[in-house]
Design a binder for this molecule. Structure first.
Ligand code: FAD
Ligand code: DLZ
Ligand code: SF4
Length: 514
């Protein structure tokens, strides 16, 4: 009996559940399809990464002795069509696949068995530490969902950074040691270079032609596309950037897109690296004395804690989750999110590097582009679509809760106890962006003032009915209450002027002249 085993573009691992019991006579299939490449117009680099990694992965499967059927772009419009054609071609009697990461695709795949007239087995994705049942059980016992509580449970369950049932070093969380700005003259570590081989070059030409209207630069493509390259990227991070990862996790610096970050999210998310091996490598670096505990714990918390927790929230709350709009935000996305042409230097820096590398680190996503969207009241669907398009690591299961819940508080606080709103002083403290900015971070209102300053207070004023009752904001509202009427009026007037006029006219020079 021939079994057809489907591997999706973000399931590129030989350990994937769908391959577990592969036997002679089975066929493993993959397909580059137009529908997946365009359900949002992904950044060009993301499509190159996925298609090139898929082509390399299927070549590795061939070498390892699997029987495969691989379809390059153009053969089939959708995954369903590709599966139907392959099932007919090989005479498949059943189909096995690993559950997709996104709700829309699982919803569709659940119709496949009826439409194909064949049994379709959808297996849980055991690349994650926690299955859906574990997260549901965690959530069922609690009124509020806290990442830290879940993270501690995961530490206990996995034994990662644990000794005799206790956290190593006697503390669960070293976050307080992870908030340094970059010192003047700091030497920025380099990231390795991955030169596109013939396969990647061919895919780059395909993407440049077929998806020429998608966002992003291709000339700067530097993502690993094979398991070997992904391992090199991980080795390099552990040796070079992990030791100071904790210290500078929240720092931002002009012209420095990567700092001490790992750049592995696109690789874990598409299957080239496994979260288990990444955590094991980081823990080993601490145990061997090659990296301090604040770096290693901080890094492992992102993967074992945040990444698992965010996925748990997604599957717990979808599909209704995406529909909420707790702050009734409705403003269209400003054009400068695509062009980078704004005088706000922090925004221009984050957007320019996003265009050039399909990458921005967490604090840029949360406290710069996300914070601006929150303060300006950008409609959830518009800003979420942007995040899903522009990053090489973007898949809805991880993008949506991070944007909808963490950055713009559109879920009303499913897991964030208050909105991550901040004025320009936070960005000034954590970066050197403000020094060369056209706006003055010290001024609170007026045309020259940093827009984040007045928009921050305007946000609190305009959402007062929804936020004043939040006990974590009580001090802030007390400060607001102490402001005199003129100050409040000036904040509102500056905000109205900026949001209705300057927002779309505030054009800086084109990126090349900046
Ligand atoms: P590092 O800073 O080196 O962190 C290590 C790893 O921890 C990451 O590779 C990632 O796997 C994991 N991680 C860290 N924070 C989170 C988090 N909040 N949620 C899930 N995993 C996390 N991450 C994505 O993978 N895809 C997304 O589409 C995505 N969208 C985001 C949108 C917003 C508004 C915010 C605030 C965060 C988003 N993140 C997303 C989380 C995080 O910003 C990225 O994982 C990280 O910037 C990727 O860069 P890195 O690999 O260098 O991470
Ligand atoms: C992201 C992506 C892209 C761009 N293209 C494909 C593709 O052609 N074929 C495929 O199997 N997968 C692709 N993917 C990844 C899927 O979109 C991903 O599996 C779903 O979004 C679920 O996470
Ligand atoms: Fe951003 Fe304001 Fe600083 Fe300019 S002054 S870089 S707009 S925070």
């Amino acid at each position: 009996m021939t079994t057809l085993r489907l591997i999706l573009g973000d399931q590129l691992s030989q350990d994937i559940a769908a391959l577990n019991d592969y036997e002679a006579g089975d066929v493993v299939m993959g397909a580059e399809v137009h529908d997946e490449a365009t359900y949002v117009p992904h950044h060009k680099q993301k499509i190159v990464l996925i298609f090139s990694a898929m082509r390399h992965f299927f070549a590795e499967l061939d070498d390892a002795g699997f029987a495969t059927r691989y379809w390059q772009l153009g053969a089939h419009q959708s995954l369903f069509e590709a599966v139907r054609a392959t099932a007919q071609e090989v005479g498949a009697k059943r189909i096995i696949l690993t559950a997709p990461g996104e709700w829309r695709l699982l919803d569709e795949m659940e119709t496949w068995s009826d439409r194909l007239g064949l049994p379709v087995e959808i297996r849980g994705d055991d690349r994650f530490f926690a299955d859906h049942h574990t997260f549901q059980a965690f959530a069922a016992k609690r009124k509020t969902l806290k990442m830290e509580t879940f993270y501690r449970q995961m530490r206990q369950e996995t034994g990662i950074l644990m000794e005799a049932g206790e956290p190593v070093g006697g503390t669960w969380n070293y976050d307080a040691q992870n908030r340094k700005a970059l010192p003047k003259g700091a030497v920025i570590p380099t990231v390795p270079t991955f030169t596109p081989d013939a396969i990647t070059q061919e895919v780059m030409e395909l993407v440049a032609t077929r998806f020429c209207d998608h966002f992003g630069t291709l000339a700067t493509f530097n993502w690993p596309v094979t398991r070997d390259e992904a391992e090199q990227a991980l080795d390099d991070f552990i040796a070079v950037r992990l030791p100071a990862f904790g210290d500078y996790q929240d720092a931002m610096s002009v012209g420095e897109p990567f700092l001490n970050h790992s750049l592995i999210a696109p690789l874990i998310n598409c299957g080239l690296l496994s979260p288990r091996e990444v955590c094991a490598r980081a823990e080993a670096a601490w145990r061997d004395g090659r990296a301090p505990i604040n770096a290693v714990e901080g890094f492992i918390r992102q993967i074992l804690g945040w990444r698992e927790f965010i996925r748990g929230v997604y599957w717990l709350k979808m599909p209704e989750y995406a529909e909420s709009n707790a702050l009734n935000a409705a403003r269209p996305l400003p054009d400068f999110y695509w062009t980078g042409r704004t005088k706000m230097r922090c925004m221009a820096q984050a957007i320019d590097q996003t265009r050039d590398h399909a990458y921005a680190h967490h604090i840029q996503r949360l406290m710069v582009t996300g914070n601006f969207a929150l303060l300006a009241g950008i409609a959830p669907a518009e800003i979420e679509a942007w995040y899903l398009v522009v990053y090489a690591d973007a898949y809805e299961w991880v993008e949506l809760p991070n944007v909808h819940g963490m950055a713009i508080f559109a879920d009303g606080g499913v897991f964030a106890s208050k909105p991550y709103a901040a004025s320009g002083s936070y960005i000034n403290k954590m970066s050197n962006y403000c020094r060369g900015c056209s706006y003055d971070v010290k001024q609170k209102t007026g045309d020259d003032a940093c827009p984040f300053n007045y928009l921050y207070w305007n946000f609190l004023i305009s959402n007062e009915d929804k936020l004043r009752g939040n006990h974590r904001l009580s001090m802030i509202y007390k400060t607001l209450d102490r402001m005199d009427q003129r100050q409040r009026e000036s904040i509102v007037a500056s905000s109205e002027r900026f949001l209705s006029h300057t927002l779309n006219d505030d054009l800086a020079e084109p990126p090349l002249l900046r």
